[in-house]
Design a protein around this ligand. Sequence first.
Ligand code: BGC
Length: 385
Amino acid sequence: MPLRPKKTLLIGVAALAALVTGTLPVVNAAAAPSPTISKDPFGTLSDGTKVWRYTLTSSAISVKIITYGGIVQRLDAPDRHGHRTDVVLGFPKLDDYVAKNNPGPYFGALIGRYGNRIAKGTFTLDGTTYHLPLNNNGNSLHGGPKGFDTKVWSATPVKTKNAVGVRLDYTSPDGDMNYPGTLKTSVTYTLSGSSLRLDYHATTDRATVVNLTNHSYFNLAGEGSGGIYDHRLRLNANRYTPVDSTLIPTGQLAPVAGTPMDFTKATPIGARIRDGFQQLAYGQGYDHNWVLNGSGFRLAAEVGEPTSGRVLKIYTDQPGIQFYSGNFLDGTLYGTSGRQYRQGDGFALETQHFPDSPNHSNFPSTVLRPGQTYRTSTVWSFSAH
Ligand code: BGC
């Protein structure tokens, strides 16, 4: 996967390139202590299955991932004074994830087989029409009621000199949630320095569609600290995919210019969110897919929180990114530290193929066939200024 570094960013890009390619970073390697990995029990499901929580810690950040749903349960990152805070929304206990995350917000979860919506849960592939379970206003959302976010993944720790990771494996049987093909899936989280890399792989034994992502909600001032409307967002996207009232893309790729969807320059998330723009009324805020500029591994999004100075940069090879401003958080959920989550208390940036691609021939294809490997990578890179 090609990375096109800018010459002016040599040190950061060297570390990032190492992270992306899996090679050992030379720069900074001596200074920082080696990252560590540990695990602790995170509860037991009603069928007796044990769930584990893996903690990956580097000199900069610490992330906790549970084997249920491959969920990022917490992620502690430093502010400009070095003070670490949990910057993802989540729950303190396994029971909360089981009872409230689906249907619900999908906090931190791996999403599969298909991130976001498929219209009326229906698509046709090679002449066969498939009907998925409907779980969102007559559409199929995030792989269905028993999607990958509800599965217990088998975990294997991964360790190199400068990185630690956990590889999660799940084999989805042919017909799972009515999707065709046995889908062998692996997702590896790798922590190195202040970046977390997410590598997704999948193969199938029958033609199918696949669109995997992670559904973390961020609040760079700290989960439970209030709203994210003052976070400044920049998206590397000149176009987005407008939706109908059920949040299904119309098929258009519309320019963002001159609309509240324009984040080509860093803009507070809340600056235009109540402007009365029809698209924002449909989603009760931002809940759309942006068409990323360019191709190959590149910067997709950058978010900064002014008070803490925390910055999150997201890199991906995917064609799109779903920016969701936490519109449906309604105060009924209490998070990791016991605080109430209300509308706009977190935002998600889900790297992905476009929603409902199987029903839009003008969108990049999400079809995976036997013999092909689905492969995609995303990096979340944290800093503070
Ligand atoms: C969807 C939202 C949905 C949220 C939680 C987002 O990816 O686009 O409409 O409410 O996930 O399920």
